[in-house]
Design a protein around this ligand. Structure first.
Ligand code: NAD
Length: 331
């Protein structure tokens, strides 16, 4: 099946091509992001394959539909970049990758926590410069601390299990509590209690209308003073300006994010030789107690391999008229 693959980086091209070896779909790669301006590139493609920062809104879907696209396959778990109601109106099916190494993201969240708490990136930068001074590098033991997990699905549960292994008390908040999470030895509490008791809060819920800015000025004011916030989920979960305000007063003791509200124009590209006009991200990276990574929590050999295999399997199932096991239900 002819498929236009947008936001295709070198690793996307090689690993998707590998996964496609037996299936034989006709893959057409574009490095550009999908948008109303680039949608015409997909003319004649029955399927379009996208990533997290492609824009698959009503305008783009209308263009794709008139050009013959019948399937949108996102190489991600989250699908907040896709207007699923508009897709349904145009008779376009949407598939995602529901299951790929949740360990990749959970382990990265733990890595961010250790890095921001123990100042590992700062220390490494110092020693490269011949500076072996410890001033400013003191962290705290995670053992015995309380960790709050917002969103206790696949990734949140693995993150919780690792933190329990560190000797932490783990609190969870999720509108759909799971017995498996409690069986780990964690405990559900209301979100307000989670914020006020946790030394560390890690976000693992999807971005929806209900969760947009779940971390805002009010919730930060209710949080334990000096607590550390980790976000590997979606940038829109945090009101970034409010987080900057809380960092300035010390209410927020540290912030480590792999995702950023306005990441679409920044991430997945080398901007090191350009002037970055986003003053919010520039302010964020200027804090000594903030770590920003460019949406790489999923980026392991295992996870990418599974993402590509699942995406190709979805294309094949669609072409054959078989059930789409990873179909996103219309909104
Ligand atoms: P999942 O569906 O297994 O779990 C999500 C959990 O969030 C569910 O238990 C759900 O009930 C809960 N939830 C829904 N609304 C909530 C709310 N209002 N408050 C609290 N919890 C709520 O998903 P997952 O596989 O664990 O992935 C979680 C998120 O991680 C994805 O939605 C995606 O945004 C993000 N993610 C990021 C990366 C990355 O590379 N940074 C990679 C994969 C996934």
């Amino acid at each position: 099946m002819k498929t236009a693959v947008f936001s295709a980086r070198r690793y996307d091209k090689s690993m998707l091509a590998d996964a496609n070896r037996d299936a034989g779909h006709e893959l057409v790669f574009f490095e550009d992001r999908l948008s109303a301006a680039t949608a015409p590139l997909a003319a004649g493609c029955e399927a379009v394959c996208v990533f997290v920062n492609d824009s698959v809104d009503a305008e783009v879907l209308a263009i794709l539909a008139t050009q013959g696209t019948r399937l949108v396959a996102t190489r991600s778990t989250g699908y907040n970049q896709i207007d699923t109601a508009a897709a349904a109106q145009h008779g376009i099916a949407v598939v995602r990758v529901t299951d790929y190494s949740p360990y990749s993201v959970a382990e990265f969240a733990v890595g961010l926590l250790l890095a921001v708490n123990r100042k590992i990136a700062r220390a490494s930068a110092r020693t490269r410069d011949g500076n072996f001074d410890l001033e400013g590098l003191m962290g705290f033991d995670l053992h015995g601390k309380t960790v709050g997990v917002i969103g206790t699905g696949k990734i949140g549960a693995i993150f919780a299990r690792i933190m329990l292994g560190f000797g932490c008390t783990v609190l969870g908040y999720d509108p759909y509590p799971s017995a498996a999470f409690e069986a780990l030895g964690a405990r559900y509490v209301p979100v307000g209690e989670l914020l006020s008791r946790s030394d560390v809060v890690s976000l693992h819920c999807p971005l929806t209308e209900q969760t947009r800015h779940i971390v805002n000025g009010d919730s930060l004011a209710r949080a334990k003073r000096g607590s550390v916030l980790i976000n590997t989920s979606r940038g829109g979960l945090i009101d970034t300006e409010a987080a900057i305000g809380a960092l300035k007063t010390g209410q927020l003791g540290g912030l480590a994010i792999d995702v950023y509200e306005q990441e679409a124009n920044l991430f997945f590209q080398d901007l090191s030789s350009t002037i970055i006009c986003d003053d919010v991200i520039q302010r964020l990276v200027s804090f000594p107690n903030v770590i920003v990574t460019g949406h790489q929590a999923f980026f392991t050999v295992e996870a990418i391999g599974q993402i590509m295999q699942t995406t190709i399997a979805s294309l094949t199932a669609f072409e054959r008229g078989e059930e789409l096991v990873n179909r996103v239900p219309p909104a």
